[in-house]
Write a protein that binds this ligand. Structure first.
Ligand SMILES: *Cc1c(COP(=O)(O)O)cnc(C)c1O
Length: 457
């Protein structure tokens, strides 16, 4: 047998065993880092080994140290799972090993990126002529969109950033809601824009339009270039900024409007939840993830920019605002040069789910979140702290110490994985439903585990 085939069969067997273990294995990892290092052996081997043996060693040694992230009972952070068609295509992407830089070199990739991009704009209700770049995640999607915005507002102020850089040019004001995700701050830092000016938000984390109006007074393109960063989906409450009002205010001030919608932008794909994103399609750029709500395997983010030439000016090889060709190369839309074919897995997930499947996925995640809120509200001493409008639930159990005890007991129990956080100065249990495979039974089993943890805490 070709050594590649033997190794792939070995990987297949381990992968299938892993997936089959998900319904019943404890969600947290069972072995610490040191145990995995011991099992693998820290020494660099002096010579070669058969590939199939290497796969087997790694899979066997790592198994106890794996966290069941793709389990229907993992509710930490916002992680998504792996939709079956996307997972399988991800293996093909490795076997194909395309360098997805230029249309003429991998026509198959360029075709799939074009189709997947158009489908995404359709599903997310965004302008059909926008450019879609496939990044590693939403942090880099925010970076990519904000680079386009930074260069555009400075171009309007007479500055060519691609040629002359930032030093000595006009300052760019960046306004963001107090409850923005830290990825926005990271992106701004990488872009040389420093920390954003923070705009007051209501207790759910939604930007207050009056506060934005006051903050914007005096800002705008021309003499005072500005960017306003809004959010679709707060990681604690799931709340969405009031886009219609905020976008109008930012537009009046001549600012570039960017939306971080890492998991929340997908509300637009559900007729039942699209109202949450109303007005957000009038922004200039949007960052989201495919590896969260859409459930493609890591990693894939999406940088969407209304004006394709603004994205090309910031990211394109030629860096020229006036490039005429209608279809830029994939390379013109993201920071990386050599890169993996991320659009293949996105296409597979969308092709497999179809329009109704994506909408139902979003609705199902929201329905499970509501079930969690209802179940937790019935536990003695527990309080749900957020308005559950989307996939996020924040709860406390009477006081910080008890909330932390409930979280610790829940992890020991192993039925589910839920993160703790601090919200409005209180310790909270933060549940994020983002996995396509979470079932009513998973929710029931998890609520039982939370009740057990609360009963003894
Ligand atoms: C997860 C998240 C990010 C960062 O996305 P990555 O894919 O982890 O880089 C940014 N903003 C929000 C609101 C998020 O939930």
């Amino acid at each position: 047998m070709d050594p590649r085939e033997a190794a792939l069969r070995q990987a297949y067997d381990h992968a299938v065993r892993w997936l089959a273990s998900l319904p019943d294995r404890p969600v947290p990892a069972r072995a610490p880092v040191e145990a995995i290092v011991r099992a693998l052996g820290p020494e660099l081997p002096e010579g070669p080994s058969p590939p199939a043996n290497v796969v087997d060693l790694l899979a066997t040694a790592c198994e106890p140290g794996l966290t069941a992230f793709p389990s229907g009972r993992f509710y930490g952070f916002v992680v998504g799972g792996t939709e079956p068609a996307a997972l399988s295509v991800d293996w093909l992407v490795s076997a194909w090993d395309q360098n997805c830089v230029m249309r003429t070199v991998s026509p198959a990739y360029a075709a799939v990126e074009e189709i997947a991009g158009a489908w995404l704009l359709d599903l997310l209700g965004l302008p059909g002529t926008s450019a879609v770049g496939f990044t590693t995640g939403a942090t880099m999607a925010n970076f990519t969109c904000l680079a386009a915005g930074r260069d555009a507002v400075l171009r309007d102020a007479g500055r060519n950033v691609a040629r002359d850089g930032l030093a000595g040019g006009p300052a760019v004001r960046v306004l963001a809601g107090r409850s923005r995700h830290m990825a926005v701050d990271l992106a701004l830092r990488y872009l040389g824009l420093g920390r954003p000016e923070l705009v007051a938000a209501d207790p759910q984390g939604r930007v207050e339009p009056d506060a934005l109006r006051r903050a914007l007074a005096g800002a705008g393109r021309g003499p005072s270039p500005a960017i306003v960063v809004l959010q679709a989906g707060d990681i604690h409450s799931g709340a969405f900024d009031p886009f219609t009002e905020c976008v109008a205010l930012a537009r009046e001030a001549g600012a570039w409007v960017h939306v971080d919608g890492a998991f929340g932008l997908w509300a637009a794909a559900s007729p039942r939840h699209a109202h949450l994103t109303a007005g957000c399609q009038d922004a200039d750029s949007w960052a989201t993830d495919a590896h969260k709500t859409l459930n493609v395997p890591y990693d894939c983010g999406l940088a969407i920019v209304r004006d394709p030439s603004a994205l090309r000016a910031a990211m394109g090889e030629q860096g020229d605002y006036l490039i005429q060709h209608e279809h830029g190369d994939p390379i013109d839309k993201v920071p990386e040069l050599s890169r993996r074919g991320r659009a293949f897995t996105v296409w597979a997930a969308l092709r497999s789910l179809g329009r109704s499947g994506v909408g139902e996925l979003v609705d199902r995640l929201c329905r499970h979140a509501s079930a969690f809120a209802a179940g937790i509200a019935g536990i003695d001493g527990a309080t749900v702290l957020n308005d559950v409008v989307f996939t996020q639930v924040c709860a406390e159990f009477g006081n910080d110490a008890r909330t932390d005890r409930v979280l610790a007991r829940l992890l020991d129990d192993g039925t589910a994985w839920i993160s703790g956080s601090t919200w409005h100065g209180r310790r909270v249990m933060r549940i994020s439903v983002s996995n396509w495979s979470t079932s009513d039974d998973d929710v029931r089993r998890t609520l039982d585990a939370i009740r057990r943890a609360a009963g003894t805490a």
